[in-house]
Write a protein that binds this ligand. Sequence first.
Ligand SMILES: *[C@@H]1O[C@H](CO)[C@@H](O)[C@H](O)[C@H]1NC(C)=O
Length: 181
Amino acid sequence: MVQLTLPTLLLSLVAALPAIHALPAATAPAVDPSTPFYLVTTSDKHSASASSSLKDVSATSLFDPYYQPNYLLRLIGPGYGSLPTFTLTDGVLHSPSSGPHGLGSYVYNSTAVAAGTELQFLAAAEGPGSLTLKKGVLAVGGETDGWTICAGPLGQEVIEYKGTDLSCVPTYIQAVSTPPY
Ligand SMILES: *[C@@H]1O[C@H](CO)[C@@H](O)[C@H](O)[C@H]1NC(C)=O
């Protein structure tokens, strides 16, 4: 029979300490891909409990500079009127939006992601696609790296996948439940 003396009790407590320290710190609530979320760009690889505390965070908005059918995703600063929300199923992002010139209302769906081009959305059936959320971070084929912010039309910054233009800087895209600003 094991004698539970004070020294053995202390020893077992000390032995348990590293396990206690290994517990994860408070983590951000998991993003449910079927509940509408906002997309933000950030230099942070990991999600934060508040989107406003993400590094270099920017809200994003759908963008059709020339009233073209394929919408782009651009960065948008404070002072926006509203932000689009997204859901993700079957590897495809969905966002309800009006059509070009504000006419009609459609569910815009992300098209197949290709290196060197913008992330694009069409009012058309799409998929299955290659997009997933990994702990809230948007991934292509399971990889969260590869997204870039590049100079786009009308002086706006748009999202490309593996953009190669000199203007492009790497970024992560995160799904968040509240806008950062
Ligand atoms: C976009 O995809 C959704 C889900 O697959 C579908 O219900 C919707 O009709 C699609 N949008 C258009 C305009 O076809």
